[in-house]
Design a binder for this molecule. Structure first.
Ligand SMILES: Cc1cc2nc3c(=O)[nH]c(=O)nc-3n(C[C@H](O)[C@H](O)[C@H](O)COP(=O)(O)OP(=O)(O)OC[C@H]3O[C@@H](n4cnc5c(N)ncnc54)[C@H](O)[C@@H]3O)c2cc1C
Ligand code: FES
Length: 262
């Protein structure tokens, strides 16, 4: 029987700096994967961590990594032609069928954009959803991920972008993402489905506001970032109550996530 903890050696094809601390790695990894799923990435001697899939196409898979600690420091020392190790994909990911025919709103803060980037690309201009509105918030203009794609989404009218603070050179929106929720077209509450991804504090305030705007708990999806270890339901690190976030999540309907977090 194959050892489920055994990672594959994966070649790094390209490294794209997004910000000074967020890099996108294009990997030679051809796997069936869904947005919202994650891989356990590792570098020998530096440990292992769960990292979301940010894009995939033509036998290449992208991850966007923020340099915060031991493993991610080691990853940042690697470049094109180097190898890292990966096992996965793990987790449930987003199921596109949940959003068929919906007025879909994707609300993403900071690095929370990574797990939904492919989903936005898929639904933008697709008639499998009735409409798509994307609301993106970053701390400053320097923190914006996927600059070219985000600018294209804004120019095409799909996305609204705001930054918490910026100097006078910034001509775009300012202020917290919560301040822009009232601009979303929520006129058909039954058809409206919302995905909220970002830091826990952002998820907390955005979901509270959406509930006040009368969006049903069952029509809101969130992704929970828990400390994980095995990623395959064996170690219990990710457990909340009786739920294994690595297996049953990290994507949950808010009605379920709320039960877990209460
Ligand atoms: C499902 C899922 C998907 C994820 N997707 C992504 C992604 O796409 N991109 C991404 O960049 N990250 C993602 N993460 C987060 C990522 O897994 C963590 O940031 C991971 O801890 C990084 O590993 P590290 O070894 O580099 O950092 P660590 O060394 O584990 O440090 C992580 C953080 O913990 C702090 N820390 C470390 N040790 C201690 C200590 N002893 N006491 C107090 N604080 C400490 C560090 O200062 C740092 O802020 C995801 C997490 C989950 C659960
Ligand atoms: S991470 Fe080990 S059980 Fe979920």
């Amino acid at each position: 029987m194959k050892n489920p903890f055994l990672p594959e050696k994966i070649k790094i094809l390209e490294v794209i700096p997004e910000t000074s601390i967020d890099y996108t790695y294009v990997l030679a990894l051809d796997k069936e994967v869904k947005p919202g799923q994650f891989f356990q990435l590792s570098v020998p001697g530096a440990g292992e961590a769960p990292i979301s899939v940010s894009d995939f196409e033509d036998g290449k898979l992208c991850v966007t990594i923020r340099k915060v600690g031991r493993l991610t420091n080691a990853l940042f020392a690697l470049g094109p032609g180097d190898f890292l190790f990966a096992r996965g994909p793990y987790g449930n990911g987003f199921d596109y069928r949940d959003f068929a025919g919906a007025d879909l709103k994707v609300i993403a803060g900071g690095t929370g954009l990574a797990p939904v980037k492919k989903l936005i690309k898929t639904f933008a201009g697709s008639d499998s959803v009735s409409s798509l509105e994307v609301l993106l918030g970053f701390k400053t203009p320097e923190d914006i991920l996927y600059g070219d794609e985000v600018r294209a989404w804004v120019q095409s009218g799909v996305a609204t972008l705001t930054v918490d603070k910026a100097d006078d050179n910034w001509e775009g929106n300012r202020g917290l993402i919560t301040g822009y929720l009232k601009n979303l077209d929520l006129s058909d509450r039954a058809r409206c489905k919302c995905i909220v991804v970002g830091p826990p504090i952002m998820i907390k305030f955005v979901t509270a506001e959406l509930l006040l705007l009368k969006v049903a708990e069952d029509n809101i999806w969130v992704s929970l970032e828990r400390k994980m270890s095995c990623g395959i339901g064996k170690c219990g690190h990710c457990k909340i109550g009786d739920a294994y976030v690595c297996l049953e999540g990290p994507v949950f309907k808010f009605s379920e996530a709320r039960r877990l977090l209460d």
